[in-house]
Design a protein around this ligand. Structure first.
Ligand code: 0X9
Ligand code: ZN
Ligand code: ZN
Length: 305
């Protein structure tokens, strides 16, 4: 059975997506944006008060990297909190009245399923190429943003394999197509990873500062401070290249260069004690504190529409 304080399997998440959307028709609609390499449907949930006109929106994905289970847990938590606090929490109510939040609960479904059934530490997609017996590409090295120029590998056996070409991974292509299609409404792009407790923004493919560097930094520091206020968890903010490492082909840089100004990568708990194997007892505190940072960012976005 599905639980917000457990790491749910894909089958449970899929059933949860169906039931939560059909139980909340006023606030959630869902659409399939394509299938994964192995044929699983990629559902995007649109959360927001129904409107006759197109609302400005925020896109958030979880689970680009298969083994980062706390990330997928966060998207489910976010949906639950949005539904349960709409109408009582003024920030959430204002957000969902004015904007829509697109949530992709699991980006790399094939990889996520593989981490539950075969190899807990799998990171990549599960695509096959005739030229190699190694499987998968890194879905956060496969975007058309300085593709494969730094911090990525052209070796199909590497965990940071950039793929045979930009958007060679069908999951990346599906999401990139969705964002391109909705480009005029999407004001922020949030992508949830783990671990290291970082709040990153462009660029990662270059050390050059982004045009909106100072605003992105100010918002990141405000969000980190909000996050820390709950349980004291310390986050570091900054551009990806200088804060974690240079790495091209990431979704945050791609979204930013497409014109989505507020583009952030979260690296959730912890700083290495458990790493990707974060205990389930930390799901609730991690998601609670992360909600504060996400709401801080969404409030800033709303004020600047
Ligand atoms: O390397 C990554 O893709 C992310 N770290 S992780 O440990 N979750 O793999 C950081 C992504 C930062 N952004 C870009 N490199 N574009
Ligand atoms: Zn990651
Ligand atoms: Zn708590």
């Amino acid at each position: 059975v599905h639980s917000y304080t457990k790491y749910n399997s894909w089958d449970k998440i899929q059933a949860w997506i169906s039931s939560i959307s059909s139980s909340n028709p006023d606030l959630i609609s869902r659409q399939v944006i394509g299938n994964t390499y192995e044929g699983r449907p990629m559902n995007v949930l649109k959360i927001g008060k129904k409107s006759s006109s197109t609302k400005p929106s925020i896109f958030m994905d979880c689970g680009i990297h298969a083994r980062e289970w706390i990330s997928t847990a966060f998207c489910q938590w976010f949906v639950k909190e949005a539904l349960s606090t709409y109408g009582s929490d003024s920030e959430m109510t204002g957000l969902l009245n004015q904007m829509d939040v697109y949530v992709l609960p699991v980006f790399n479904i094939d990889g996520y399923d593989f981490t539950h059934n075969s190899n807990r530490m799998w990171r990549k997609t599960r695509s096959r190429m005739s030229s190699s017996s190694c499987i998968g590409a890194d879905p956060n090295r496969n975007w058309n943003a300085g593709w494969c120029t730094t911090g990525a590998s052209s070796n199909p056996c590497s965990d940071t394999f950039c793929g045979s070409s930009p958007e060679s991974e069908i999951e990346v292509k599906n999401v990139a197509d969705f964002i391109r299609r909705n480009k005029s409404s999407i004001k922020a792009y949030l992508t949830i990873h783990s671990y290291s407790q970082l709040l990153l923004f462009p660029y990662s493919y270059t050390f050059e500062l982004a045009e909106h560097h100072s605003e992105l930094m100010t918002v990141a520091e405000g969000a980190s401070k909000a996050l820390r206020s709950l349980h004291g968890t310390q986050y570091t903010s900054g551009p990806g290249a200088a804060t974690i490492y240079p790495a091209a082909g990431g979704s945050d840089d791609w979204a930013y260069d497409l014109g989505v100004k507020y583009s952030y990568t979260f690296e959730l708990r912890d700083t290495g004690r458990y790493g990707f194997l974060l205990p389930e007892s930390q799901i609730k505190p991690t998601c609670e504190e992360t909600m504060l940072a996400v709401k801080y960012i969404t409030s800033h976005v709303q004020k600047n529409l």
